[in-house]
Write a protein that binds this ligand. Structure first.
Ligand SMILES: [Fe+2]
Length: 211
């Protein structure tokens, strides 16, 4: 009966070639229909062993990892993380995007990093320096009682598919720096991938997430 709550892989909110020339269609197709699908499938297989957990949102499971039964803990952390992280990643990008953020997220970036340029520089550097597979994130650090005034932003990185949610942080922007995200087009040139990625960031989505 709980299978109604199985987690579904959603189609991308745009076509596979929408992020060309910055991120190529083949990479997007493989990333979504193979990598993301595998995270989704393995996550579902694990949670199906404790189907009552399907009543919770995937984000809730990651937020409270300590409560996950031991026999599925690692799979939920890794594949549940992969499922949720990629959902956010797709949302944070779009066709003909890039440019500058606006509204409350721009105000918060200037407040917490000094300027948009400084933020971009720090975020790119963090993404570049993440050793091995992982993610760079823009997160809200105080999730307890966030108000417009105190929603402080911070840049962090995580390894593998670890989610900031598991550390009580709310992500509003993320960049996948696993090689599967860029290797077909950029090979070892992660720095070029990161620089070009700014051209597809959907700041409207980031603004919505921040709010
Ligand atoms: Fe990925």
């Amino acid at each position: 009966m709980y299978y109604y709550y199985m987690y579904e892989l959603q189609p991308l909110p745009y076509s596979y070639d929408a992020l060309e020339p910055w991120i190529d269609a083949k990479t997007m197709e493989t990333h979504h229909s193979k990598h993301h699908k595998t995270y989704c499938d393995k996550f579902n297989e694990a949670v199906a062993k404790h189907p009552e957990l399907f009543e919770k949102k995937p984000e809730e499971l990651l937020f409270d990892l300590a409560s996950i039964p031991e026999d599925i803990y690692e799979v939920v952390k890794n594949h549940g993380g992969g499922f949720v992280n990629h959902n956010l990643f797709w949302k944070c990008m779009g066709k003909n995007k890039g440019g500058l953020p606006t509204g409350s997220v721009l105000d918060a970036i200037v407040r917490d990093f000094g300027s948009f340029e400084l933020f971009k520089e720090n975020f790119s550097k963090s993404a570049l320096q993440q050793f091995g597979s992982g993610w760079a994130w823009l997160v809200i650090t105080n999730n307890q009682q966030p108000t417009t005034e105190n929603k402080k932003l911070h840049i962090i990185t995580t390894s593998n598919q670890d989610s900031p949610l598991s550390n009580g942080l709310i992500p509003v922007l993320c960049l996948d720096v696993w090689e599967h995200a860029y290797y077909l087009k950029y090979q070892n040139r992660r720095v070029e991938y990161i620089e070009n990625w700014w051209n597809v960031v959907n700041w409207d989505a980031v603004e919505e997430l921040y709010k």
